[in-house]
Design a protein around this ligand. Structure first.
Ligand code: NAD
Ligand code: MG
Length: 399
């Protein structure tokens, strides 16, 4: 039987790799919908190749141009209602939208009782309790695409009782600035921050990797995925998660059991692996991605992160421990700060300063409803823009 797949954020790094995974088994998977933010030309080209039922753009501006570029058999729609409807119709959605903008797709998929392959960690982090509720919809399944969480998912499947897991080790490449001091980091450029040593990804997550905010967000993501009621539920809290810097990005994460054993998942860094895992689960994809050649010599190293030079990591732990809408505030402030850094309006070190300033203003919101999450996100962005306007770096001071 053919599985229909909605690829949300199809023009991005995760989206294009999802299409490459689908290419390996066209009898098993059919693209039913493609969605993009504003890049209508790229999505039109994909649509001419994959012939989905419908293409959705978030940005209305180029609706007419996209309509004209595609044959009448392919429907064209704009806006978030259309996005929610194509996601609800597909058997599986891979959510590769970047940032808080991915929340409608996450909720629409789970509330329709379908499988969600989740790359868009920001939606789960910002709207934890709301997503957990949606996850309880009969038929709904949340399979992580983030490589660390796909790894932990595989480690947890290796036990009859996930409650026997005592710790999780989430690995981090360390990003392009591993080993640098806080002083050295004060003058790094956008170009340097975008040069990730092991993964080729979209700009936002690449900057998050350079600050270790990505790892902090992944710690919260792990608690949401594996600390909440599900078939792989553990009893883990924030004190039970270690971040381990592993520059080779071969061990994607690990779980340690009550008897002292650690189980890890290993493959070369290649997101097509975790994407294929989420599509095929509980089966496995027939095509290999990132298989390690064990006949070759290889050295794997592990070290603790430098929490002083990379303060975003502990800011995320702090937000996760506060709970409620604090992770939404953290994630929203980070989105605003990363955008300002990419536009060269603030320095790299100021990303953490902005996030910290916003987090200290968190209003204690609980985030139990979608409205309160949306309001938390909105307020945090206002506070982040206020923090930016106080920033010491006027526009254009970076090279
Ligand atoms: P990207 O920037 O390459 O792609 C983002 C996609 O989202 C594009 O298709 C874009 O058109 C779409 N988009 C942007 N704004 C939108 C909006 N407002 N509404 C609807 N669509 C919008 O990003 P990426 O690197 O593919 O990352 C996507 C998500 O996956 C992020 O949450 C990231 O943290 C997560 N992730 C990515 C990787 C990776 O290897 N790239 C790995 C793990 C997790
Ligand atoms: Mg990851």
């Amino acid at each position: 039987m053919t599985t229909t797949v909605a690829v949300a954020g199809s023009t991005g790094s995760i989206g294009t790799q999802t299409l490459e995974v689908i290419d390996t088994d066209p009898e098993r998977y059919r693209v039913s919908a493609l969605t993009a933010g504003s890049s209508w030309e790229a999505v039109a080209e994909q649509a001419l190749h994959y012939r989905p039922d419908v293409v959705v753009l978030a940005d209305k501006t180029n609706h007419a141009a996209l309509r004209q570029a595609l044959p009448a058999q392919i429907a064209v729609a704009v806006g978030s209602d259309a996005l929610e409807s194509v996601v609800a119709d597909a058997d599986v959605t891979v959510n590769g939208i970047v940032g808080f903008a991915g929340l409608p797709a996450t909720l629409a998929c789970l509330e329709a009782g379908k499988r969600l392959g989740l790359a868009n960690k920001e939606s789960l982090i910002a709207a934890g309790p709301v997503v957990q509720k949606a996850r309880r919809t009969p038929g709904a399944e949340l399979i992580p695409v983030d490589s660390e969480h796909a790894a932990i998912h595989q480690c947890l499947r290796g036990t009859s009782d996930p409650r026997r897991i005592t710790r999780l080790q989430i690995t981090a490449s360390g990003g392009p600035f591993r080993g640098r001091t806080a002083d050295e980091l004060a003058s790094v450029t956008v170009k340097e921050a975008l040069a990730h040593p092991t993964w080729a990804m979209g700009p936002k997550i690449t900057i998050d990797s350079s600050t270790l905010m990505n790892k902090g967000l992944e710690v919260i993501e792990a608690i949401e995925l594996f600390g909440a009621p599900s078939d792989l539920e553990t009893e883990l809290g924030f004190d039970d998660i270690d971040v381990v810097v592993h520059p080779q990005s071969i061990v994607h994460s690990m779980a340690t059991f009550s008897d002292g054993s650690t189980i890890a998942q290993l493959s070369n860094p290649n997101m097509r692996g975790p994407i294929g895992y989420a599509l095929a689960y509980p089966d496995r994809l027939g095509a290999p991605f990132g298989e390690v050649d064990w006949a070759q010599p290889m050295t794997l190293t592990f070290e603790p992160p430098d929490r002083t030079a990379f303060p975003c990591l502990d800011l995320a732990f702090a937000a996760g421990r506060i709970g409620g809408t604090a992770p939404a505030w953290l994630s929203a402030a980070n989105e605003v700060a990363v955008e300002a850094f990419l536009d060269e309006r603030i320095s790299w070190s100021e990303i953490a300063v902005v996030v910290e300033q916003v987090l200290t203003l968190h209003d204690g919101g609980m985030g139990e409803t979608l409205e309160s999450v949306l309001e938390g996100d909105r307020l945090a962005r206002v506070r982040a823009h206020e923090a930016l306007s106080r920033s010491s770096h006027p526009q254009g001071t970076q090279s």
